[in-house]
Each structure stands twice: as C-alpha cells, then as structure tokens.
Design a protein around this ligand. Structure first.
Ligand code: T46
Length: 132
C-alpha cells in the first residue's frame, strides 16, 4: 500500500514551514531520517523491497519519480513538492529515477537501518509476496 500525504504548509509573509509529527500527520513513529542528494543523471536507485519498514519520502527540493510494485499492481508517483509525502508500507518493490540535479529526497523511516530487512532480488520478492 502507498499513498500521498498532503503536508500542511504553515505560510506567512516570511515564507513557508512544514511540521511533521509522528503518529499525527504521518502514520508511524520516526526512528531514522536520511536524505538522498547529488544523484547522478540517469541513475536508478532503490530496486528493492522492505520486509517490515514503513517510510515517508519527500522531495524537499527538486523532483524525482518513484515506481512501486506489490507483485501484482504497479504504479508510479512524481515527487516535486515539499508538501507531498509519499507513504510506502512494507513489501513494495520501489525504484527511484528521473532525479533532477537539485533533488533532495528526504526519507523518514519507522525502524533503524537493517540490511536483513531488504529484499534486493526481484524474483525473491515475488516468491515472498506470493507466500505471505
Ligand atoms: C529505500 C529508498 C527510498 C546506511 O548505512 N544507512 C541507511 O539508513 C541507509 C538508508 C543506507 N545506508 C547505506 C547502505 C548503502 O551502503 O547507504 C548506502 C546506500 O544505500 P542504498 O543503496 O540502499 O540506497 P537507495 O537509495 O537505493 O535506497 C534507499 C534506502 O536504502 C531504502 O530503504 O527505501 O532509499
């Protein structure tokens, strides 16, 4: 499951501000924050699924596209606004591509980094989703 969460902009004459509060405007507790930037032209990142991780992706600057695949249905979302968060549940194959030069992709995650949570082989991912 994935969905776009519209993050409310607190704007005034000085500019804009967005606040993210765990379990308030996003549906999980935040254990980790990382950001992806300086992605080279033509590069595809991701190409994996997570067994348990929930994440929120926000292009806080620039843009990129994220494709999502649950093993049966595929979709894709262009992220190009700091007020749009892409919530990604567990067990979705994701790929990020078409990064603009200035893209900064902020990611909030509900668990610490763990390589054992990654499925990095698409055939293994398909076997996994079909058995769960
Ligand atoms: C995801 C997408 C959206 C760490 O040491 N700690 C971390 O928290 C993360 C996320 C990565 N790393 C290391 C592991 C690799 O040596 O950073 C290197 C690059 O990670 P990776 O190739 O997994 O990056 P992406 O952009 O392909 O995927 C990342 C996340 O790993 C993944 O969870 O859903 O962004």
């Amino acid at each position: 499951m994935y969905k776009i969460i519209d993050l409310q902009i607190k704007g005034d004459y000085r500019g804009s501000l967005i606040a993210i509060e765990e379990n308030v405007n996003i549906p999980f507790s935040i254990k980790r924050i990382y950001y992806i930037f300086d992605t080279k032209h033509g590069v595809t990142r991701g190409q994996h699924a997570h067994i348990n991780l929930k994440q929120l992706l926000i292009a806080v600057n620039g843009s990129c596209t994220v494709s999502l695949d649950d093993g049966k249905n595929k979709g894709c979302v262009k992220l190009n606004s700091p007020s749009s968060g892409l919530f990604i549940e567990k067990m979705l194959w994701r790929e990020m591509y078409d990064f603009s030069n200035d893209c900064v992709l902020l990611v909030l995650a509900n668990k610490e980094y763990s390589e054992s949570d990654y499925l990095r082989n698409y055939s293994e991912f398909l076997k996994y989703v079909n058995n769960v």
